[in-house]
Design a protein around this ligand. Structure first.
Ligand SMILES: Cc1cc2nc3c(=O)[nH]c(=O)nc-3n(C[C@H](O)[C@H](O)[C@H](O)COP(=O)(O)O)c2cc1C
Length: 192
């Protein structure tokens, strides 16, 4: 492979895998590190500079409030108290959780919704890559609770969509290998 000043950075990116909450320990990213991760997210291609995403930090006491919301959503979905407690635990386990909210302008005259979603995805990837570069593990999580009315009201302004939450922390173990099915051969095809 040709060597270039950014080759090490690319090798680092090629080693990013999601790390689930079970394997995330303290410490989580500091505020300064979180700001760097958001700065990386802001480097996602953004047609029209619409900024179709927001990140919402859930730290400190807010984690308990989110846990209460998760438990309420679980009960509303018909889960018993053990299930509600398990869902509440999901909010409390990661050292840091960051909600990802999309604001898609459906009536935009130049930038259709799918281009705005592409930006949201790029921002999410850049965010996770930055966390990885800083030595943190993370995983994007959603589930049916992103559509729970109490939860969406708590995280979203009218017109916004809650994509889910990024769980962040120090990885307890190195991610063990590629999770992708298929690979470059599948994802890269000749055209024409
Ligand atoms: C918007 C979004 C929501 C997701 N929600 C979940 C989820 O609720 N549970 C889950 O196990 N994986 C979820 N995933 C997938 C994981 O975040 C992760 O990408 C997947 O496990 C593949 O791991 P990798 O990132 O190491 O390739 C979601 C991914 C995205 C982009």
């Amino acid at each position: 492979m040709p060597s270039s000043p950014n080759h090490d950075a690319l090798q680092t990116l090629l080693g990013r895998y999601s790390v689930g909450p079970k394997h995330l320990l303290e410490p989580g990213p500091s505020n300064e590190e979180l700001a760097l991760m958001v700065a990386a997210a802001l480097r996602a291609p953004d047609h029209g500079e619409l900024l179709p995403f927001r990140f919402k930090r859930v730290a400190g006491e807010a984690r308990q409030r989110m846990a209460d919301l998760f438990a309420a959503a679980a009960r509303a979905a018909g889960k018993d108290e053990a299930g509600a407690a398990m869902d509440a635990e999901r909010a409390l386990r990661p050292p840091l959780t960051v909600a990802v909210v999309a604001r898609i302008d459906l009536g935009h005259p130049q930038v259709p919704a799918h281009e705005q979603w592409a930006c949201v995805g790029g921002a999410l990837s850049n965010f996770l890559n930055a966390a990885h570069c800083l030595g943190y593990g993370g995983k994007m999580l959603s589930g049916a609770k992103v559509r729970d009315p109490g939860i969406t009201a708590a995280f979203c302004s009218p017109g916004e969509i809650l994509l889910g939450w990024i769980a962040l922390g120090t990885p307890a173990k190195r991610a063990s290998g590629p999770s992708r099915k298929g690979g470059v051969e599948q994802a890269l095809q000749d055209w024409g």
